[in-house]
Design a protein around this ligand. Sequence first.
Ligand code: ADP
Ligand code: MG
Length: 329
Amino acid sequence: MDEFALIRQYFQPLQRDGLRCGVSVGIGDDCAVLNVPPGQQLVVSIDTLVEGTHFLPDTPAEQLAWRLLGACISDLAAMGASPAWLTLALTLPHVDESWISAFSAALSNATQQYDIQLVGGDTTRGPLTLTAQVHGFVKAECALLRSGAKPGDLICVTGTLGDSRAGLESLLSYSSAHNASLNHSPSDENLEYLRQRFYRPSPRISTGKLISPFASACIDISDGLLGDLNHILEQSGVGAQINPTALPLSAALQAFADSDTAQKWALTGGEDFELCFTVPPQHWTDLQGQLQHHDVPVATIGAICDKQGIQLFRAGAWHTVDASGYTHF
Ligand code: ADP
Ligand code: MG
């Protein structure tokens, strides 16, 4: 099967509903031709998954499709944007039709769920690498940035933290040296939940849009709470005080790991794809009103302060932590 037949069979059909959302020309020409609605701005983000670096060899194609799209769309969510268009660069070691067919089917479901349309891409041969570029819309000048946090703002997070890290640890079948800190017999249901949180993140699109008029800064948690919050702090020129006991932890995580480990993963574990955002006190009551009927839980975990860096409240005192120590390199 050549490259063009592959695109025709597995990717062009994802436009089966016809072209929508401002697409004049989709897959099949040299470029897509796209129209941004009046009064809106285009927000664009790209993410790459490399086998061996971002996912384990032999990860099912279906999981990769959800993982790739979830991670990308989470960036749109963090800007308060609505998903619109997707381009996909696929590098495949060989043409494995059962893999491509499973990937395409899952991608089709994911694009429907997130209401984003595939409009183009590139298909090449090489070590398995998946790149997605997402395009979304925000009302002009209303994108939610990292740079607006002020002392006195409350710090909030969506959902629960640390689950994805626990899911990954369970997949790696955590080395015996560390097993002492893990519960040896978590129910399969908990394990399944944690693994799904790793494989199939839930980008918080609706929450991003809901908080957008109220929040002063926002980021999605891809590298871990401390590291990502630190980006807000650096770009806003402020510091933060966090109460670790306020971190939202799932029941599954608490069944899987002891409380110290669970808290550590909630602070530093990557790839939860929840949102961390700051809210000025004068917007707090209005936001609470909006969140009352919202289906994603939001927890308040601390406040922005003048003093640079991140302080954690532990054993009755504030302790400064080195958030920049938690990077990939
Ligand atoms: P060109 O050689 O002009 O760059 P290609 O032959 O790479 O074009 O692609 C032909 C068409 O198929 C283009 O519209 C391109 O966007 C689309 N396409 C290629 N690969 C993919 C893919 N993996 N998913 C979606 N569309 C793709
Ligand atoms: Mg061309």
